[in-house]
Design a protein around this ligand. Structure first.
Ligand code: GLN
Ligand code: ZN
Length: 772
């Protein structure tokens, strides 16, 4: 095919669409079903209606091929587990009794049965349910959901393309089932799994699917030769089937690397590649294999994860280059649009000038359709869209919101010394000991105390105008007083104010920083029916006034014990927001870091001797490819140090991390140069303490001794046993006693009992220390 006919054949598509509906109808229906207020029939009817609406919306916007099977009541990896019949033993009875209730039991657990484990979907903030497999796993096809949605879309007159998690990614995302040896490799099940995919493909073809998409995002990560071989075998086998639809193998979130030649050679009819951030590498690899003659190339040129308008001319240029490399080039988003909110036009409170720069799912869909039209019919056919796009991009580039000269002058003047504390840890610790006078094994908490109903009512009252700001702040001050008095009574050494004024640890700061934007309707799925509204780093960041000082000062005024100041670190602020795409992440992090540095300075000036800067997201933002780790960790650790290095040696800097295993980033943790770190460790029996020790970590650390994700109250003996384990790795003068994480999801009763036990454990173990 010539590149001209490849252009004329260009079609538009997406791999998935936001599931919840404009008014979060799906969330409401599912949660209603769980509470027994919505019948199963009503729930399935709502779901079918939402799917119908989504397909119609896509088709009306000019999308030629719509996805099916991307819809989910909870998670598409869990749907795949059902598709291939890999139901864990402990859930089989429930699934047999009622497939829908059994499905939710796998997702959420029941009184008697634990759910599947949940973890992050690659480097997004979406969480999937981890398949549990073992040598005895038997797969069997259950294509009802896929066939049902395909049939619905066909009946509505669409051109559907079923989307499935591919077999290699499914196995690579799995873990050994409980009771199975930890070194069991799920990939050894590939030969057993492929016949199930073959049967599903045959059924989909019989039901009318012309194309089927198999998602293999796991292939954009570093893969061993054995794993690449498995991918080659999988697609040789599936491609070799005679009774099947045409196959599109999709990759996203990064470049395909070594897997690209493998898939290019496979006997499948199409390949989907991400041409956003990793465009250059994918282009180069594609050219190196001589393109995809005879194949369909789906080009993900519209970013499926950010919320910014596309640079249409740049995308057209990329598409133009691709035309010579495949038989047919289609236009798509780089990944499912599941990761972006539905519609920027719903944001009535955002400055209309900024709304022009935003593209949520609806806007992205329009961009994809426009690009396909431009490719097929020439740029004259989209002259109006191109002009509007050029104007939007120009307005963003020239805006004082994205270019604040004061912020730029400040980041430009940063020196190495700004990101380094004046004295090394060894000297600071002496000053801090003298100033704080803490015992060995000092006790503290991670920051938040229970977010009570009264606090939520107070926030709702404020929003509804039933109380004014003064009334609200009065309630917050009363809560702080209670939290302080409880900690004093319990005998905790380093107190916190409890964070009652914070709805969310990122949003609270985003709302107070210039250049950061909150949305009204920008919901994205985090997991199941949990949706979050990440704020948007829209422009240059500055801090008009102190954000936390009055609360910390109020708390400090009530006690003679040290009260910790509490801030969210720059890496976490970026990780849980939508980031800018018009400058390197490190630049944005530096701006946030300087704003936080001012807050640290103000806290210190107000007399705060201990300041904690939380970075729970440090590990989860690690890039998918190992080659990119060093670059990320360099800016991540530098921005943390920029936040914290302006203080006096006697001011103690804490940090906190959780939600991950940290063994592979201990060097980065060390590079933060924080004086004290608290970490999640209770469930792993202080594993992280051993990892820190093995690395020769020289600073103070508090591996958590209370698993706050469970309502269980740890006994004093249990906490003492964990402390003794901790002491084998970390000497007494450097070991802290604290829970795994903040207490905002816990109730007061458990909090009281658990913290009393923690203090008792610390006292017991202190008594066992050799007199020094
Ligand atoms: N300081 C925060 C809190 O205690 C930390 C939360 C977190 O680590 N996710 O709530
Ligand atoms: Zn935490």
């Amino acid at each position: 095919m010539t590149s001209k006919s490849a252009a004329a054949a260009a079609r538009s598509t997406v791999y998935g669409y936001p599931r919840q509906g404009q008014n979060r109808e799906l969330k409401k229906a599912i949660e209603g079903y769980w509470k027994g207020r919505v019948t199963a029939d009503a729930l399935t009817a709502t779901a079918a209606e939402l799917r119908e609406r989504n397909w119609r919306e896509l088709a009306d916007a000019g999308i030629d091929e719509v996805p099916t099977g991307d819809f989910s009541y909870y998670d598409h990896v869990l749907d795949t587990t059902v598709l291939v019949g890999a139901i864990p033993e402990r859930h089989r009875a429930a699934v047999a009794a009622d497939p829908l209730d059994g499905y939710f039991a796998m997702a959420r657990g029941t009184q008697d049965v634990a759910p599947l484990e949940m973890t992050k979907w690659f480097d997004t903030n979406y969480h999937y349910l981890v398949p549990e497999l073992g040598p005895d796993t038997v797969f069997s096809a259950d294509p009802a959901k896929q066939i049902g949605e395909l049939t619905e879309a066909l009946a509505l007159g669409h051109t559907p393309r079923p989307v499935l998690v591919g077999p290699v990614t499914y196995l690579l995302l799995a873990k050994p089932a409980p009771g199975v040896a930890a070194d069991f490799d799920p990939l050894t099940l590939l030969d057993r799994l492929l016949p199930v995919y073959a049967s599903v493909l045959a059924d989909l073809r019989a039901a009318g699917a012309e194309w089927v998409q198999l998602d293999e995002p796991a292939l954009v990560q570093d893969r061993t030769p054995a794993e690449l071989n498995a991918a080659a075998r999988a697609y040789r086998d599936l491609g070799g089937l005679t009774d099947r639809p045409r196959l599109l193998v999709a990759s996203y979130f990064d470049q395909l690397g070594e897997a690209l030649p493998v898939l290019a050679k496979a006997p499948v009819e199409g390949l989907a590649l991400d041409f956003t951030e990793s465009a250059a590498v994918n282009l180069e690899k594609l050219a190196a294999v001589g393109g995809l003659p005879g194949k369909r190339l789906v080009a993900g040129v519209v970013n499926g994860r950010n919320i910014w308008v596309n640079d249409l001319e740049k995308s057209l240029a990329t598409l133009g280059t691709l035309l010579g490399l495949a038989d047919r080039v289609d236009v798509a988003s780089s990944s499912s649009l599941l990761h972006v909110p539905l519609d920027a036009a719903l944001e009535r409170d955002v400055d209309p000038q900024i709304v022009r720069w935003l593209a949520f799912a609806r806007q992205k869909t329009a961009e994809i359709a426009t690009l396909a039209k431009g490719l097929a019919r020439g740029t004259d056919a989209i002259a109006g869209e191109l002009a509007a796009n050029r104007a939007a991009l120009a307005s963003r580039a020239a805006s004082p919101i994205t270019r604040d000269p004061a912020v730029r002058a400040r980041t430009g003047a940063i020196t190495d010394a700004d990101a380094r504390r004046a004295q090394p840890y060894g000297e600071r610790t002496v000053a801090q000991r003298t100033r704080l006078g803490l015992p060995y094994l000092p006790t503290t908490t991670i920051g938040s105390f229970p977010q009570t109903d009264e606090l939520r009512v107070a926030r709702a009252d404020l929003r509804a105008g039933r109380i004014d700001t003064a009334g609200y702040e009065e309630r917050i001050r009363a809560e702080i007083a209670e939290v302080i008095s409880f900690q004093e009574k319990t005998g905790i050494d380093v107190l916190v104010h409890g964070e009652p004024e914070r709805n969310d640890m990122v949003q609270y700061f985003a709302e107070q920083l210039t250049g950061y934007l909150a949305t009204q309707h920008g919901w994205v799925q985090s997991y199941g029916t949990r949706y979050v509204r990440p704020p948007v780093l829209a422009g240059d960041i500055s801090r008009p006034e102190p954000m936390t000082v009055r609360w910390t000062s109020h708390a400090q005024s009530l006690t003679d014990k040290p009260v910790k100041g509490m801030l969210t670190g720059p890496v976490t602020m970026l990780a849980w927001s939508f980031v800018r795409d018009d400058q390197p992440l490190g630049d944005t992090a530096r701006q946030v870091a300087l704003a936080l540095r001012d807050e640290v300075g103000d806290l210190e000036a107000a007399g705060t001797a201990v300041i904690q800067v939380d970075e729970p997201a440090l590990r989860e933002t690690l890039p998918l490819r190992t080659a990119d780790h060093a670059g990320y960790l360099a800016w991540a650790t530098e921005s943390f140090r920029l936040t914290t290095s302006g203080v006096q040696p006697g001011t103690q800097i804490h940090t906190h991390m959780c939600y991950a295993e940290f063994g592979d980033i201990v060097q980065a943790i060390d590079d933060l140069d924080a004086d004290v770190i608290s970490l999640e460790a209770a469930r792993s029996h202080m594993q992280v303490a051993r990892e820190l020790a093995a690395h020769g970590y020289p600073r103070e650390a508090g591996p958590g001794v209370w698993d706050i994700h469970s309502p269980r109250v740890p006994s004093a003996e249990e906490a003492a046993a964990l402390l003794r384990t901790g002491l084998k790795a970390i000497p007494a003068e450097r070991l802290w006693v604290n829970p795994d994480c903040g207490l905002k999801t816990r109730g007061w009763a458990e909090t009281r009992a658990s913290l009393e036990n923690l203090v008792a454990a610390a006292r017991t173990v202190r008594g066992e220390l050799p007199a020094s």
